[in-house]
Design a protein around this ligand. Structure first.
Ligand code: ATP
Ligand code: MG
Length: 544
């Protein structure tokens, strides 16, 4: 229907609930495909240093059913919170799908979380159930989490847990009667990355699938034969929405890679699994770039056809690297834990403007507002705002109505992201920084992103984080923290060269007055985002 404005209702008929009235995310992600004759297709392909195996959609359905039977027999009911604390492994996917299958709200925890991160999250929503790897259990201090009733382990030995879910599953029936829910019922709880402060517990509903499926098609460009790899762990919202839901809703083959980041290992996964669509983050692309073309050229990556990025500003330099090294454009996408799915993106067939995150996808309206809530004309920076509502928007901030309301400071019409941006005359969105990260130096407002991107164009700079350092005269001065590429040594001359490099290419007021070399930039654990607030705190502490 060319010409007619897109409406999300047009997506509904692909789901079985549209025809039957019975809703469940797991059913739509797994069972529906088996019923539609896709049972023998590979759903999950697991690759680690020592393992390489797959599960078809039918095998996944059977395994999820067995685990669902164990969960139900162990007292897990609709609406309960089930936390999942597992490495990147098919068990993690099966656990999440089984929890959803029995009507529970799943809370995936990042595999590297330490005691307090685990405790605070489960305590926040008084979670009763946990499915964990036994080697992670030393980080679960049960006596500090009084709500916790049952711990399942994925090991065959029960150990410190109460039930071995894998052992029980062996005896369980491989058929399960899906627990039906409403589109509005709770699906998952995700804590935000904590880039700007205490993580918020965001509750999402089953209706999210509408947008998650459709963005899988439009933005990830998933087609029947694709082999898709999202590098994020499900503990970060990207790893759940675009690692588990979107690819399974689209019925493609999903690659799961266990293990830590290394350029060699990642290129091996791309080659071995013949990945066609790849979704990762700027920090990973920057590390691959730093690893050099010699490493890259050892691998045959010719299966790749579409690459995407999320989570942080995608520096133009990284896009240029993609085109040169991989012969592909990297497509930026923007969304938040709270938005539940992508809202702004570079669609595969559209032009990319490096430095821009792309345009709002169909069905989404974006604008930029000033401090008073008035819409700003193109090229003026203000608060990035999205017209409410859309199918994947959060259901609530857990036990924090105030916080939920804070996303709507100008009324119900506009959701305020907390990011600063401007639009160009064609509606491309240019991210400038988080509202909290804006630098105010001698009356000039400077977004850290532009300065960081310029720094990255200098051959010596591997990574950069830019902040406003408190200054008695200017209010703030632009201060850059940089990590250097392996072949460069810190020297006064080099830092001056970098400073002049930015000054000559951006503007005098945006050039960092101070540059400090550090080994590594502080980053969020789950999503690898540069923690500018940490850098800034260090400066403020130093100033006393
Ligand atoms: P917290 O809300 O706890 O401070 P967080 O905002 O990093 O952490 P997420 O929900 O993981 O938690 O991230 C959403 C934010 O990530 C966005 O508000 C934006 O600042 C940033 N972001 C996401 N995608 C992009 C992108 N493509 N370009 C620039 N920034 C992005
Ligand atoms: Mg946020």
């Amino acid at each position: 229907m060319e010409g007619e404005p897109f409406s999300w209702e047009r997506v509904h008929p692909i789901f079985s609930w549209y025809h039957t009235g019975k809703v469940n995310m797991t059913y739509e992600s797994v069972d529906r495909h088996v019923l539609n004759g896709k049972g023998e297709k590979t759903a999950l392909h697991y690759i680690s240093e020592t393992e390489n195996w797959s599960l078809t959609y039918r095998e996944l359905q059977q395994e999820v059913s067995r685990w669902s039977n164990v969960l139900t027999a162990s007292g897990v009911k609709k609406g309960d919170f089930v936390f999942v604390f597992l490495p990147k492994h098919p068990h993690c996917y099966i656990a999440m799908l089984a929890a959803i299958n029995v009507g529970a709200v799943v809370g995936p925890l990042f595999e590297a979380f330490m005691e307090e991160a685990v405790r605070d999250r489960i305590n926040d929503c008084e979670g009763e159930f946990l499915i964990a790897d036994s080697s992670f259990l030393s980080r679960v201090h049960r006596e500090e989490i009084p709500s916790l009733k049952t711990i399942f382990t994925t090991d065959k030995e029960t150990g410190d847990a109460d039930i071995s879910i894998t052992k029980e599953a062996e005896k369980a029936d491989d058929e399960f009667e899906t627990v039906w829910v409403d589109l509005e019922d709770g699906l998952n709880i995700h804590y935000t990355s904590g880039s700007t402060g205490k993580p918020k517990g965001i509750i999402h509903a089953h209706r999210n699938m509408i947008q998650q499926y459709q963005t899988g098609r439009w933005v990830l460009d998933l087609k029947d034969d694709d082999v898709y790899w999202c590098t994020a762990h499900p503990g970060w919202v990207t790893g759940t929405v675009y690692g588990v839901f979107a690819p399974l809703l689209n019925g493609v083959t999903t690659v799961i890679h266990g293990g830590r980041f290394s350029a060699e290992a990642w290129y091996q996964v791309l080659e071995k699994a013949q990945v066609t669509v790849w979704y990762s983050a700027p920090t990973a692309f920057r590390m691959l770039k730093a690893a050099g073309n010699k490493t890259l050229n050892k691998y045959d990556l010719s299966s790749l056809r579409h690459i995407l990025s999320v989570g942080e500003p995608l520096n133009p330099e990284v896009i240029h690297w993609g085109v040169e090294a991989l012969n592909l454009r990297i497509h930026d996408t923007w969304w938040m834990t709270e938005t539940g799915a992508q809202l702004v993106a570079n669609l595969p067939t559209r032009s990319i403007k490096p430095g821009s995150m792309g345009r709002p996808i169909p069905g989404i309206e974006v604008t930029v507002l000033d401090e008073g809530g008035e819409e700003l004309p193109p090229f003026e920076t203000g608060h990035l705002a999205i017209r409410a509502s859309w199918p994947a928007i959060m259901k609530e901030v857990w036990k924090n109505e105030e916080k939920f309301k804070s996303y709507f400071p100008y009324g119900e019409e506009w959701y305020i992201a907390g990011d600063l941006a401007y639009l160009d005359e064609e509606g491309y969105v240019f991210f400038q920084g988080r509202s909290d990260d804006m630098i105010n130096s001698a009356g000039e407002r400077i977004g850290p992103f532009e300065v960081e991107s310029k720094l990255l164009e200098h051959p010596a700079v591997k990574e950069a984080g830019v902040i406003g350092k408190p200054d008695p005269v200017r209010g703030e001065i632009v201060k850059a923290f940089v990590a250097l590429n392996p072949n460069y040594k810190e020297s006064k001359e080099l830092l001056e060269e970098i400073r002049l490099f930015v000054r000559g290419r951006l503007a005098a007021h945006s050039a960092p007055r101070e540059i400090e070399v550090i080994q590594e930039l502080p980053k969020t654990q789950i999503s690898g985002k540069v923690l500018r607030r940490e850098l800034k705190k260090g400066e403020i502490d130093q100033a006393g």
